[in-house]
Design a protein around this ligand. Structure first.
Ligand code: GLN
Length: 478
């Protein structure tokens, strides 16, 4: 029975709950058993509270028995990337500087999940402050890829991805500044969605690069991603960049198909991918053509320049955002004879090497004399990336590319060479720079049995069509 429970998507789970075939407490028990088996090997969690989850489940069972109508995520076990503020769990961003810190408020997305009766099991590992592509930059532990324990799950939302991929949760939330939802989804064989900038509130997300950050779901299927996205999207007055408009519905149009939809394959991003990834992409193209889409090839060289621009813009914003961790207001404080010495000691001890590297890069790029050479130039390249997308969307409706040029790499393999690690994001970064939505969909495995993801990209606010495309790929590759 337990194994069967873990196979259910959200709709199926709720049918069984409504039909009284299973109780919510039994669902949580099944996930607890799976966590007991998997977590010692995977190391996805930074905190876990199954007793609290079980009490919430019991309350839901009682409400159901009274005939109450429950929310859209009733009974769904959810895990949260540990850079989302929660009043019931510590929020560390996988950094020593926030060890044990319990925020005084919840991120808006956390409230939206629990308002819909989602059941939060715990918080998941990430690269410290979401800076990385492998989850190796966590100050606490290294999360392993469920397909091969010697490999990384991707990052920075690697804990949420690995938890969902190993069926320790049905839904994971992640954040995506340069690919941190989509790349780990690709490397662990699940779906990951980054919404249009402003679609989902960033209130209560520990800021990395505010002009690029978005929160989104990681799930086993496109349908589950659509449902969770519907719960998360929508205006929030507490985020000044939140879109005012009513978000589109996704679920009800999923099966409308892609007949006549024009899709451009970004050839220059395909060329840099490994042979296995290229083969998978060709299968996705086939699936879309079978479903009636018109697929053409399109070269967008500017997208690849986005990588260099991102590694100026993101560290610049990070250097400002991370100035608040000063030993006074949150978490760690190391003693010092003066306030300045205290701050230096705290930040020296509290931040890991990658975070320090980003703060230094960003501070340098913003400093007088270098600002024009680096920051302004990077912003110009950002405009070029936007212009390239505009050019593309004049003739196609959606774009298709690999999510990551390679499948999961070995733990340690890229750790010594930051630039090699940064290159992991070359396909995902452009849509953060432009603020457009994008999705990674599983597309089989390579010759080593490692998962491959393909990425669908759309113009701002095109989520409805994007999800229809994703569903068509998923169906076609089944
Ligand atoms: N890997 C990228 C970085 O290290 C993106 C991270 C993210 O999206 N949070 O900056």
């Amino acid at each position: 029975m337990n194994d069967e429970i873990l196979d259910w998507g959200i709709a199926e789970l709720q049918r069984r709950l409504d039909g009284r075939e299973v109780t919510t407490v039994e669902v949580i028990d099944a996930y607890e058993e799976q966590i007991a088996i998997q977590e010692p090997e995977i190391d996805a969690f930074l905190s876990l509270d199954l007793d609290a989850a079980r009490s919430r489940a019991a309350v839901q069972d009682a409400r159901r028995a009274r005939g109450e109508k429950l929310g859209r995520l009733a009974g769904v076990p959810v895990v949260l990337k540990d850079n989302l503020c929660t009043t019931t769990f510590p929020t560390t961003a996988a950094s020593k500087i926030l060890e044990g810190w319990i925020p005084p408020y919840n991120a808006t997305v956390v409230d939206r999940i629990t308002d819909q009766d989602g059941i939060v099991l715990g918080k998941t590992n990430l690269d410290e402050f979401a800076m990385g592509s492998s989850t190796e930059n966590s100050a606490y532990k290294i999360t392993k890829n469920p397909y091969d324990l010697e490999r990384v799950p991707g990052g920075s939302s690697g804990g949420s991805a690995a938890a969902v991929a190993s069926r320790m949760a049905l839904v994971g939330l992640g954040s995506d500044t340069g690919g941190s939802i989509r790349q780990p989804a690709a490397l662990t064989g699940i779906v990951g969605f980054k919404p249009t900038y402003g679609r989902v509130s960033r209130y209560g997300l520990l800021a990395f690069a505010s002009s690029l950050d978005q929160i989104g779901p990681l799930t086993a299927s496109v349908e589950d991603a659509a449902l969770v996205a519907e719960c998360l999207m929508g205006h929030d007055p507490r985020d000044a960049t939140s879109l005012q408009e009513v978000p589109p519905t996704l679920l009800s149009s999923l099966a409308e198909g892609v007949r006549g939809v024009r899709i451009g394959v970004v050839t220059n991003l395909v060329e840099i991918a490994s042979p296995g990834v290229q083969t998978a992409l060709a299968r996705a193209v086939d699936a879309l053509q079978q479903a009636g889409a018109t697929v053409t090839e399109i070269r967008l060289d500017e997208l690849a320049f986005g990588l260099a621009a991102y590694y100026v813009v993101a560290p610049a914003e990070a250097s400002s955002n991370l100035a608040r961790y000063d030993g006074v207001r949150y978490g760690l404080r190391e003693p010092g004879a003066t306030v300045e010495e205290m701050m230096i000691a705290t930040r020296t001890k509290g931040f890991g090497p990658e975070v320090k590297r980003r703060i230094m890069l960003g501070t340098y790029a913003l400093s007088a004399g270098y600002y024009d050479a680096f920051y302004v130039t990077a912003q110009r390249v950002r405009s070029l990336v936007r212009a390239a997308f505009d050019r593309a969307y004049a003739s196609v409706d959606l774009l298709l590319s690999p999510t990551s040029p390679t499948t999961a790499f070995r733990i340690g393999e890229r750790a010594a060479d930051p630039v090699e690690m940064y290159r992991s994001d070359i396909c995902t970064i452009p849509s953060n720079l432009s603020g457009d939505p994008a999705l990674s969909i599983p597309a089989g495995v390579d010759s080593d049995g490692l998962p491959i993801g393909v990425q669908l990209l759309g113009p701002a606010r095109s989520e409805q069509l994007l999800f229809r495309g994703a569903y068509a790929v998923e169906e076609g590759l089944r």
